[in-house]
Design a protein around this ligand. Sequence first.
Ligand code: GCU
Length: 404
Amino acid sequence: MKILSKVLVASGLCFYATLAVAQKTDQFMGEIVNYDEETVPSYELPALLKTNKGRQVSNIGTWEKVRRPEIIQLFEENVYGYTPKKFDSIRYLVTNEVPDAMGGRAHLKEVAIRVWNKGNSVTINLVLFTPNKSRQPAPVFLLINNRGKRNTDPTRAMKSEFWPAEMVIDSGYAVAAFHVSDAAPDNKTDYSHGVLDQLYPEVLQQANGMKAIGAWAWAASRVMDYFTTDKAVNAKRVALVGHSRGGKTALWAGAQDQRFAMVVSSCSGSTGASLARRKYGETVSLINKQFGYWFNDNYKQFSKNVDALPVDQHMLIALMAPRPVYTTNAAQDRWADPRGSYLSVVNALPAFRLYDGQLTLPSEMPALNEPVWRSVIGYHFRQGKHDLNVYDWSAVIKFAQTRL
Ligand code: GCU
């Protein structure tokens, strides 16, 4: 933000007004970053409800049997990479259990989810609290933790707004988390050391093979495999939550694995909820330069040619239909293009309307701190910075109460 001072002269008095003017462009990695709505180029989004053969999709059957699988394949091929579906075996080992955690309010289980393929294995470590007050299998909020492991501290010595476990438990939900590094370390030199080089080394040679985000999404599905075996949780009512790079992952995992009953994508930005073609904030070019190891190699060819991408991110949101999907943005997070995320949700609407013809959304971006909830679609634009915090969690929990 640039601070400009203006001197106003009125009725013989001098008023000094300090106006905070948002910068319209920035420089990053040798590129100009656009923050000016006026210079967003005109663009045409790829058609959501038209099959690759040009057939209009007007019913659920054609959507589910033809168009939805086509869109998944387009994202696999051009953006996130193909996710191998097979592995040799999976085992669940409870490594720690505390039946009266959180002062008796919750039952803690730490579970090592070990997956083998061709003689090698990886372990995804799950932290799970289930509410003691409920006798029924509990619906769950599962966080993909892309920040420090201390944010999901099972001892609760450290508490964090990023994963306010007590608040979720007190709302009647189970709360769970795994850390992305168990599947693929989050840096460009080590990302392959995990799911990729141990279980599926062949994908590392493929231009359309998955990379870090693919591996994280794969791990979320292995946690879902575990949930289907644990009677304390209701695996049919699992909301997958991710922030930023975790939010991109949550959308991709929810798109591929329809066992996730709801998806929450917080400030997910470029190659998450935001439309690539707007070229506002972080672009495809910049994300490929800085975080190329999140996406497949084919995605690099669109860095300078975004309009050639056969998808845009509204199609990813559409893949959640008819399940509830909640998208958030923050005012100080222009890098993630809040308006571009909202427009993605609006442009995903035709897929949701195949299931609920009454569903509409305001075409204008909602005002700050005024969430828009319409049937299974939730969106809010809150004040503050790029984050996942208690404001976000409490809104999402309230939204889930009648939908998850
Ligand atoms: C960087 C990156 C974003 C990402 C964010 C995060 O800012 O450019 O694409 O969403 O990190 O994960 O926090």
